[in-house]
Each structure stands twice: as structure tokens, then as C-alpha cells.
Design a protein. Structure first.
Length: 453
């Protein structure tokens, strides 16, 4: 591990990555690599999670192509120094912010979008001129080994490399001195990463999880709301960090919404999702068992059937649930959707305010005043009004958590900024020298006070 990091550091010190052309060429290589291996990528994602080609393209590959395209288009402008103004006391100076790559970076990624979450941060790291070590998840082995093969064949390992393995490998990597660590995964492991990073004072981005609510008010357009919730929740069988974890529904519309949601589950995932060849499976038996135990935490209003051989769980709506149930304690990360009800929006706000800040929050309702109230009163990483998940596919919106759902953000320019140190530089003139900063000069303190106040 130390040799690998040292070699990358040497490569970084050669300053090859500082060049715009070099970065653009590497992004092109990355896109060509994805195109060349597209079929193999679909196969690997099918093996790891039973993802369909449609899902694999829309949520993994297509997302990456889009990020690469957007980065190529804007990189020159992002790399430029930002000139800034200066106060009168700085007459004669030029002041600018230079975007400097950190150096050797580490990207640790999870299994749920195993390609996208390993490579999207890497795009930012490359664009900003860093070298990258990627540690993908051991729970999506087909995609992780394909990633290692593709990257190994395409790039100089002193520039980008993939290190496969489990927790122990990750820990060994964390013993090395990296210049930046970008972690995507659980809140519990996020704390470990931050602790380890503190030993070298390495800056971190932590993209974590949490319980993301969807609040549905009585003035919501129910058919469209149902469709967007069902899509957002059951895509990837609920194994999405920003999936709505549970619903908070106005009691007056609950029955109607339930009816619409059942209709939408059938329409999007078929009447028998367990027989749907494209319905995503649960990643492993441990998670399957954890999720099955939640099924008794309320009344199953729809679904509830499971197939242990295939590790599949039907899209399930769970009614009559309380905060005391285990299903409401931790992030669900599976195709089970508990439903809570409310009478007044204020109740929801005062209930959610003291809880951990979620990665996402979704509000459904037409009244602007209520939309504003929710957006202003509650803290969350990011979210949507009248939609789910869609915010993360806009590269102009920073994607990240807050509080226990993480720190820092990425996507588009935000990835470039995340992987760049913003170095402040003041260039002073030698043509003249303003005297007032030196003690004992002719200008009195009262003049300095006037200039600086
Ligand atoms: P995880 O935290 O268990 O694992 C993530 C990565 O960390 C893996 O590569 C794993 O090998 C490594 N790891 C595990 N234990 C470690 C340790 N003790 N020391 C060092 N490294 C260790 O997460 P997961 O189960 O793979 O993913 C699910 C979680 O990720 C969910 O909580 C989900 O919400 C979150 N997530 C967040 C985002 C986001 O963008 N914010 C995206 C996807 C998933």
C-alpha cells in the first residue's frame, strides 16, 4: 500500500496532471473505456444486483457519460484563476484564487451503485488534477473486479488504480497518508473514516445515508405523487441512498394515495415483482434477513412476499407504523415503505426538526407557502418539491449530506471544487509602497481607522 501511494505521489509531483490537456485526455480515455466495456458492465451489474440494462444505463453509465461531458465542456473555465476585488488598503495588488489539486486521493465506494459511485468522484478528482486510488465495495464483486480490469488496462496505475478488498484493505489504505479522502457509505463507517483521516489531517468528503422522508400534504396531485414516490423508492429495490425512506401523509388523503401507489407499483414493477426478471435483488443474505424482519413492524398494505432463493422482496407498503418500531430506527435501504400520518404540517416539522438530518427530503403539495415552510424549517442534504431523486441528476446542484448524512458535496463543478484546494494569492506591486501599515509612519492611527472601518 505504501509503495502504491508513494508511486502515485511521485507521479503527482511530476506535475503531469497540472496540464489541462492531460486531464481532458484522461476523461476521454475514461469515456472510451466505458463505451468499450458497456456490455460487460451490464453483465456485472446484473450479476451483483440483478439490475436491468435500462436501470444500469439510466442510473450508472448514463450518469457517468453525462458527468464526463459536462466536465469536458466546462473544465477550462473551472481551472482558471478567479480574480477577486481588494479593499482600498490593498491598492496596487492583484488578488486571485488558484485551483490547486490536492495530490493523491482515495475514493472509497459502496455496493448499491457500484460503478457510478466509484467513478463519479474519480471524474472530479481527475478534472481537478489529482491521482486516484479507488477502493470499491467487496459486496459487488463482479463490478469491482471489472472496474479493476478496465482501469488497469486503460490508465497508468501511478495515476489511477483500483484496490479491491474488504474492510481490512480499506483500513490498510487509511493508514497511508492521502491528500484527500472521498467516502461514500454508511454513517457508522463514515465516523471511522473521519477518525482515521484526522491522524494525517486529511480533508474528507463524507457521502452518507439516513432516513429521508417524503411528506405528502392534502393538496398534492396524488396520481403523479404516487408515481414519483414509487419510482424513487423501488428503483434498485430501495437500495438508494436518497430513496424516500418513509412517508408522512396527511391523514385525509392516505387511503387515496395508497390506492394510487398500489396501481403504480403494478404498472412500473408488474403485478408480481418477484417474477419480474428485471426487479433488483437485495445485495446479500444479511441485508435480506434484516429487511424481512421489518415486515412485521406494521400492517402490510401491499406486497410483503419474499423469495429467499433469489434474495428478492416485493415492493411493500407498510401501514400502521410507529416511531418505536425497528423499521423507523435505522435507514431501511430496501423495498419497504412505512407510512405515518399527520393532521397539521407543523406537527411534522416539529417532529422532524430534532431528528438526525437526512440526506434527502421530498415534499409533495401545491401551496407555495407550505413548500417554503418545509424547505426553510427543516435541514437536509438536498431534495425536491413534488419529485424524488431527480435533484441528484442535475450537475449544477451540489449533491451531499449535512450532519449525520455527511459533509461536503459533489457533481459537476462541485466535484472539481471538492477535489481542489482554493489557494489565495496576493500579488503585490513594487512600484510603490503604501506607508500606513508600518508603525511609526507619518499617517496617524486615526487615518488607518478611517480606511479600515
Ligand atoms: P459501508 O459503509 O458498509 O461500506 C462502504 C465502503 O466502506 C466499502 O467499500 C467498504 O469496504 C468500506 N468499509 C466498510 N467498513 C469499513 C471500515 N471499518 N473501515 C474502512 N472502510 C470500511 O456502506 P455500504 O453498505 O456499502 O453502503 C450502504 C450505505 O451507503 C447506506 O447507508 C447508504 O445510504 C450509503 N450511501 C450513501 C450515498 C451518498 O451518496 N450519500 C450513496 C450510496 C450509498
Amino acid at each position: 500500500m505504501s509503495e502504491l501511494v508513494e508511486k502515485q505521489r511521485e507521479f503527482f509531483f511530476s506535475e503531469r496532471t497540472f496540464d489541462y490537456r492531460f486531464r481532458i485526455d484522461q476523461l476521454r480515455l475514461l469515456r472510451n473505456m466505458l463505451e468499450k466495456y458497456e456490455k460487460k458492465i451490464y453483465q456485472a451489474l446484473k450479476q451483483d444486483l440483478n439490475k436491468s440494462t435500462f436501470d444500469s444505463f439510466t442510473t450508472e453509465l448514463g450518469f457517468l457519460y453525462n458527468e464526463i461531458k459536462h466536465t469536458e465542456k466546462h473544465l477550462k473555465e473551472w481551472m482558471q484563476d478567479d480574480l477577486v476585488d481588494a479593499p482600498i488598503t490593498h491598492k496596487g495588488t492583484k488578488n486571485y484564487i488558484r485551483k490547486e489539486p490536492y495530490g493523491v486521493t482515495l475514493v472509497i465506494s459502496p455496493w448499491n451503485y457500484p460503478l457510478q459511485l466509484a467513478l463519479a468522484p474519480a471524474i472530479g478528482a481527475i478534472a481537478a488534477g489529482n491521482t486516484v486510488v479507488i477502493k470499491p465495495s467487496e459486496y459487488s464483486p463482479s463490478t469491482s473486479s471489472l472496474l479493476a480490469k478496465m482501469i488497469g488496462e486503460t490508465f497508468d496505475s501511478n495515476f489511477i488504480t483500483v484496490v479491491q478488498g474488504s474492510k481490512e484493505v480499506s483500513e490498510a489504505l487509511l493508514n497511508q497518508r492521502f491528500d484527500y479522502i472521498f467516502f461514500t457509505g454508511s454513517t457508522a463507517v463514515g465516523k471511522i473514516i473521519m477518525r482515521k483521516a484526522s491522524e494525517h489531517l486529511t480533508p474528507v468528503t463524507l457521502e452518507l445515508g439516513g432516513k429521508s422522508p417524503a411528506i405528502i400534504n392534502k393538496d398534492a396531485n396524488l396520481s403523479i405523487t404516487a408515481k414519483r414516490i414509487i419510482w424513487g423508492k423501488y428503483t434498485n429495490a430501495g437500495q438508494t441512498c436518497v430513496a424516500p425512506d418513509y412517508l408522512y401523509v396527511h391523514h385525509k388523503i392516505k387511503d387515496k394515495l395508497l390506492k394510487e401507489m398500489k396501481k403504480q407499483i403494478k404498472s412500473i414493477f408488474s403485478t408480481n415483482a418477484l417474477d419480474n426478471e428485471d426487479f433488483v435483488r437485495i445485495i446479500n443474505e444479511n441485508h435480506f434477513n434484516r429487511l424481512v424482519a421489518y415486515l412485521s413492524n406494521g400492517t402490510v398494505a401491499y406486497g410483503g412476499k419474499v423469495d429467499r432463493n433469489q434474495l428478492k422482496i416485493e415492493p411493500t407498503l407498510l401501514d400502521d407504523v410507529s416511531w418505536e418500531e425497528p423499521v423507523m430506527q435505522d435507514e431501511i435501504f430496501g423495498p419497504i415503505l412505512p407510512i405515518l400520518t399527520f393532521e397539521h404540517l407543523e406537527e411534522v416539522i416539529s417532529d422532524l426538526k430534532p431528528r438526525e438530518k437526512p440526506l434527502a427530503l421530498y415534499y409533495f403539495g401545491e401551496k407555495e407557502k407550505d413548500q417554503e415552510k418545509v424547505m426553510n424549517s427543516l435541514s437536509f442534504g438536498g431534495g425536491c418539491i413534488n419529485d424524488t431523486l431527480y435533484h441528484l441528476a442535475n450537475p449544477n446542484l451540489p449533491f451531499g449530506g449535512v450532519g449525520s448524512s455527511g459533509m461536503g458535496s459533489y457533481h459537476g463543478k462541485h466535484s472539481f471544487d471538492t477535489f481542489s484546494h482554493h489557494k489565495s494569492i496576493l500579488q503585490q506591486t513594487t512600484k510603490f509602497d503604501l506607508p500606513f501599515r508600518y508603525p511609526g509612519g507619518k499617517l496617524t492611527l486615526s487615518l488607518i481607522k478611517r480606511l479600515m472601518k
